[in-house]
Design a protein around this ligand. Structure first.
Ligand SMILES: *[C@@H]1O[C@H](CO)[C@@H](O)[C@H](O)[C@H]1NC(C)=O
Ligand SMILES: *[C@@H]1O[C@H](CO)[C@@H](O)[C@H](O)[C@H]1NC(C)=O
Ligand SMILES: *[C@@H]1O[C@H](CO)[C@@H](O)[C@H](O)[C@H]1NC(C)=O
Ligand SMILES: *[C@@H]1O[C@H](CO)[C@@H](O)[C@H](O)[C@H]1NC(C)=O
Length: 483
């Protein structure tokens, strides 16, 4: 008998928690796992006493679903998703909906959209963020794909998503094809950037201001009451305070070699691919790579010296406030860059993205959730077609207000030999973006000199010319070289 509103395949913790979340909101969910004993275990334990039903096979699962059937896949990204799709296709009818809630690559999602369209099935690739807790009590959901599916899944998705403000759900339709997974990927890249910025602030507090752990915890706790109010600032305060079983702080005992699962890297790769200067996320990825060379760094530290005899002379409280402003300004740059990448992808793939809705999706439920994202939403509400966050009045004023502090932090940090890849790349980006004239005139001249790549004159844009720079240049054309 068709009784279930939706089915979910893949009973790892995320899958179980999403099922229980849907159950809490009144939906009847059919649970399935390839290892069918997992279904029994789940029904006997976590799902005991709920309306969740189980399936013995995919056929059984499909027969228990109301039409149009809605099936969520929460399986390992890659081949497993294709395998399940292949098994489901012959069991489904036109108009049924397959939703991939895993961490799939956006290009795979686009490919699956195209192939399922030919079979008259609807496909949705949805970013799901917020970890296990988010899945259970309110994740950030970023669905994209076949828009015809949205009316059929909107109610379920928006009711289980995190809520902010006056109950607005952190879930809305993102766009066509792999747009949902692309937005999730950029979210993860921004998460890398936010984390690295906080790490740089921590090192400045520790090594320039010589603050102890409790003082640093207090600083982050105070910052959490400012524009920086966010999940990551909040957990940083908790982490700094945390004491080991022996009563001393745990943080300095943790090996300083960062791991990564690769989604930050994908964002940086896309940025290079589409020619968008998402420098801060790129630096955040490389900062992890550099940290992971722990043994090599230990060796290098024995021979490579830094500045000697530099001691902080200024007012500590006011420099601490400078660090806060540098973090805030850098964060604005990072989000401006992230939204530039979204714009570029939209152009590349012909997606129409709702940037304000994306900011709202990230406002709650996920790792980068913050009050700040509410401000970004407001900026896109003011101008849905905003070219850059930096051109919005609120953010341009915020950066102006922070600018002197930001420059003091970067120059002081440099003098103390503190690595600040993200603070400094953000400032360089800002100085590049706000300059009407960059030294790329010289670059064009160099390219034309050695490779006859031609250049335009300021007085005649669109008209490409070549100069015989040396007096012995041959009759080369710009197609002869590719440098
Ligand atoms: C089945 O459940 C286990 C966890 O119990 C999970 O690790 C696995 O991914 C699930 N697989 C599928 C395909 O349902
Ligand atoms: C950070 O601020 C939020 C409210 O905006 C609050 O719920 C949370 O407890 C604060 N965390 C810390 C560590 O101060
Ligand atoms: C470049 O200039 C030299 C010297 O004026 C001249 O002999 C040569 O023909 C020029 N080459 C071309 C491709 O015009
Ligand atoms: C260079 O090429 C142009 C057109 O391709 C030709 O008109 C000209 O005579 C060539 N000049 C020399 C010095 O070979």
């Amino acid at each position: 008998m068709a009784q279930a509103d939706i089915a979910l395949i893949g009973l790892a913790v995320m899958g179980q928690n999403l099922i229980l979340n849907m159950n809490d909101h009144g939906f009847v969910v059919c649970a399935y796992n390839r290892t069918v004993s997992k279904v029994h275990d789940f029904l006997q334990n976590e799902a005991k006493g709920t309306k969740v039903i189980g399936a013995q096979s995919l056929e059984d699962m499909v027969s228990k679903l109301k039409k149009p059937r809605r099936i969520v896949l929460l399986v390992k990204a890659g081949q497993a998703v294709d395998d399940f799709i292949d098994k489901l296709v012959p069991l489904l009818s036109p108009g049924d909906i397959i939703i991939d809630g895993g961490n799939s690559e956006y290009r795979d999602t686009t490919r699956r959209c195209k192939s399922l369209k030919e079979k008259n099935l609807l496909f949705v690739g949805s970013g799901v963020s917020g970890g296990e807790d988010g899945a259970r009590y309110g994740p950030s959901l970023m669905p994209g794909g076949h828009k015809e599916a949205w009316p059929h899944i909107k109610e379920i998705f928006q009711s289980i998503a995190a809520k902010v403000g006056t109950g607005e759900p952190c879930c809305d339709w993102v766009g066509d094809e792999g747009a949902g997974h692309f937005v999730k990927m950029v979210h993860n890249g921004i998460e890398y950037g936010d984390m690295q910025l906080i790490c740089e602030a921590y090192q400045l507090m520790k090594d320039v201001l010589c603050m102890d752990h409790d003082q640093m915890a207090q600083a982050f706790s105070d910052w959490n009451k400012t524009e920086l109010d966010s999940f990551l600032i909040e957990i940083t305060a908790d982490i700094l305070k945390f004491r080991d079983t022996d009563g001393t702080h745990l943080l300095p005992k943790i090996r300083d070699s960062a791991g990564q699962k690769g989604t930050g890297k994908w964002t940086a790769i896309s940025a290079l691919e589409y020619g968008t200067p998402v420098t801060l996320i790129g630096e955040a990825v490389f900062a992890r790579c550099l940290s992971s060379l722990k043994d090599e760094r230990v060796e290098a530290s024995k021979t490579l010296g830094g500045p000697s005899g530099v001691q902080f002379q200024g007012d500590k409280a006011s420099f601490l406030e400078d660090i806060r402003k540098a973090l805030y300004a850098s964060k604005i740059i990072s989000y401006a860059q992230g939204f530039m990448l979204l714009r570029q992808a939209a152009k590349e793939f012909g997606w129409s993205l709702n940037y304000g809705a994306i900011a709202l999706m990230w406002r709650g439920g996920c790792i980068i959730r913050s009050v700040f994202l509410g401000k970004i939403k407001e900026a896109f509400d003011r101008d849905g077609d905003l070219q850059s966050l930096l051109l919005d009045g609120f953010f341009s004023k915020a950066v102006q207000d922070c600018q002197d502090a930001w420059r003091r932090v970067v120059s002081t940090g440099v003098q103390h030999g503190i690595p600040m890849p993200c603070f400094s790349t953000a400032l360089s980006f800002y100085d590049g973006y706000r300059n009407a004239v960059l030294p790329a005139n010289l670059l064009q001249a160099q390219r034309d000199y050695f490779g006859a790549h031609t250049y335009e004159l300021l007085s005649r844009p669109g008209h490409f010319i070549h100069t015989n720079w040396t007096g012995h240049g041959g009759n080369v054309s710009s197609s002869s070289y590719n440098a």
